[in-house]
Design a protein around this ligand. Structure first.
Ligand SMILES: [Zn+2]
Length: 580
């Protein structure tokens, strides 16, 4: 839309900059300027200035500045044209196009009809979910932890079984078949010409534009059938590449950053846990338009995609698009292939915040992704990874290099200086690698057996003589963590007249040898009771960890039903809470 210069002049003269800005923040005169604490960034001493002579503003803190239009763009997160419209409205001016363009007016009126149809549909779906026919939807919503508050906040609904529920309802409200088809609410079978509801027996997530209009819908099946999601395609009022789910919820919020997630349920799950600044791309890889949209709200974006391989690849593409738009980007990496929703169900907001504060930079994430391709438990794998990683780090700014060499050193156990030297050789030398000097690389080892022995040994030296210590260990559950032959020995310890020699003598040879080994170093035991108790705690902890990782492995099974998955997540969450 080209705006005539004289119209723009009129707009600016009717929107005097100090008047407009005064409606957001109190300005105090000092010298030729007016001052305030900057409404665009948080501060305690005023560095935000407005010059009435020049009709410009400038902040010495965050370096924002420009005309009144720029101020409205920054303040309201609007595009240029949206800011112009807002100021025109404020000055009761008509936009030039509105004066003469009949066709444009007709188009705009038609778009308004589609918005209205979408809004009526959203209301219908929501009423269905909460009404007498909504039981299947409510059962599913309950399984996913969608409480009524959340349902209302996100306008979640339910499209009941049947071909024409919505059609009949909206046609009854005066919407035409063409309008409903154009809005994507109905579909037409191209062969038979039959027209029917686009969403049937699905949970419905309305997609709202930044001004609150309902643009389209995502519909999810209630079971494991395919396709899992149906989303509104391109319509006169909706283009998935230009919008972000959840962005509307950010209106009016003071944002430090935004969290970019993959799906509706991630936005909602995080919101429920208290992380209210998440948005999702809508069934598409992140686009440039979406990155520009984000840039209007924040300077920093955290990518929080699924931990699986597809999610990781999407992350790298997303990182590049966001950095290209000038956004600072960090990556939150979820352990155990969990998605953000699952993660906060288990670890809560505090767990998420901890992950966020440890988020990866773009380069660190690239190194992590590189490391995934190699088996770092294998010498050869570590060397191959180190070569590739050093070549990459060698291309970075010198100040950045140091911490990334440190990261490679941690992963491979090679000395930093030999890694640095490799990095200096650059790409061309990667085929003729130097030999890395080995640092301290420790492989994680199972300590369970050691702990059991130590526990038994301390019990033999002390508990055998001290019935109270034995009782304390028993009460703490020592018996459950001990395998044979140790468990039997433990049970025999408090029998009247117990003699270790006699007990061992009665055992088979193999067991007898194991048990005899326990009394080595008997005299060297310091604080046996405390040692025994520590051992026991550690054993129980190891057992819990083993069980936890078993449940987490189970969670990765692809054939899990919704219900099984939810039950597993709950079990894991309970275990982790108990651990704290
Ligand atoms: Zn500022």
């Amino acid at each position: 839309m080209a705006l005539p210069q004289e119209w723009m002049d009129e707009l600016l003269s009717k929107n005097e900059i100090t008047e407009v800005i005064s409606s957001y923040v109190a300005l105090k005169p000092k010298g030729r300027k007016l001052w305030a604490c900057c409404p665009l960034h948080g501060e305690k001493t005023p560095s935000f200035s407005v010059s009435p002579d020049k009709q410009l503003f400038y902040c010495f803190g965050c370096h924002a500045g420009g005309t009144v239009i720029q101020f409205i763009m920054d303040m309201e997160h609007l595009t240029f044209i949206e800011a112009v419209k807002l100021l025109a409205e404020r000055a009761h001016m008509e936009l030039p196009e509105e004066r003469n363009d009949r066709e444009l007016q007709r188009l705009r009126a038609y778009r308004e009809r589609l918005y209205a149809a979408n809004k009526a549909a959203a209301r219908f779906y929501c009423e269905q979910l909460l009404g007498p026919d909504g039981q299947p939807g409510r059962d599913y919503a309950q399984k996913r932890g969608l409480v009524k508050d959340i349902i209302l906040r996100f306008g979640i609904g339910y499209a009941p079984e049947g071909w024409d529920n919505l059609m009949r309802h909206l046609e009854g409200q005066g919407f035409s078949e063409k309008e409903l088809l154009d809005a994507g609410l109905l579909v037409k079978n191209p062969t038979s010409g039959r027209v029917y509801d686009a969403y049937r027996n699905r949970l419905i997530y309305p997609i709202q534009g930044i001004n609150g209009q309902v643009l389209g819908f995502g519909g999810r099946v209630l079971d494991d059938s395919k396709p899992k999601y149906i989303n509104t395609g391109d319509t006169p009022v909706y283009n998935k590449r230009n919008n972000l789910y959840g962005l509307y919820m950010q209106k009016g919020a003071k944002l430090a950053d935004l969290i970019m997630v993959e799906g509706y349920m991630d936005v909602i799950g995080l919101y429920k846990a208290g992380v209210t600044n998440a948005v999702a791309s809508l069934g598409t890889a992140l686009t440039e338009q979406q990155a520009r949209l984000l840039k209007r709200y924040v300077d920093t974006v955290y990518i929080a995609y699924d931990g699986d391989a597809a999610g990781q690849n999407a992350t790298i593409r997303g990182l590049e698009i966001l950095s290209h738009e000038g956004l600072a980007v960090r990556v939150i990496v979820f352990p155990d292939d969990l998605d953000p929703d699952e993660y906060v169900q288990i670890y809560g907001k505090s767990g998420f915040d901890a992950l966020k504060s440890n988020a990866y930079t773009l380069n660190a994430f690239k190194l992590e992704a590189m490391a995934r391709a190699y088996d770092l438990n294998d010498e050869n794998g570590r060397e191959q990874f180190a070569l590739k990683a050093c070549t990459f780090v060698g291309t970075l700014q010198p100040v950045e290099q140091e911490r990334y060499y440190k990261l490679i050193a941690q992963k491979t156990g090679y000395e930093i200086d030999s890694l640095q030297e490799q990095g200096k050789r650059g790409e061309g030398y990667s085929q003729k690698p130097m030999v890395f000097r080995r640092g301290t690389y420790r492989r994680p080892s199972a300590q369970e057996e050691d702990q059991k022995e130590l526990l038994l040994r301390t019990m033999l030296t002390s508990a055998v003589k001290d019935k109270n210590a034995l009782a304390a260990l028993k009460a703490a559950g020592a018996e459950e963590v001990l395998s044979e032959p140790y468990g039997s020995l433990f049970r025999a310890l408090d029998q009247p007249g117990f003699s270790f020699a006699a007990y061992v003598g009665a055992q088979e040879r193999q067991e007898a040898e194991k048990l005899t080994a326990l009394i080595r170093d008997e005299q060297n035991m310091v604080e046996p009771e405390k040692t025994a108790m520590d051992c026991l705690k550690r054993l129980q902890q190891l057992e819990q960890e083993e069980k936890l990782s078993e449940l987490q492995r189970e969670l990765k099974r692809t054939d899990l039903g919704e219900g099984e998955r939810a039950a597993l997540l709950k079990q894991i969450a309970d275990m982790i809470r108990a651990k704290r």
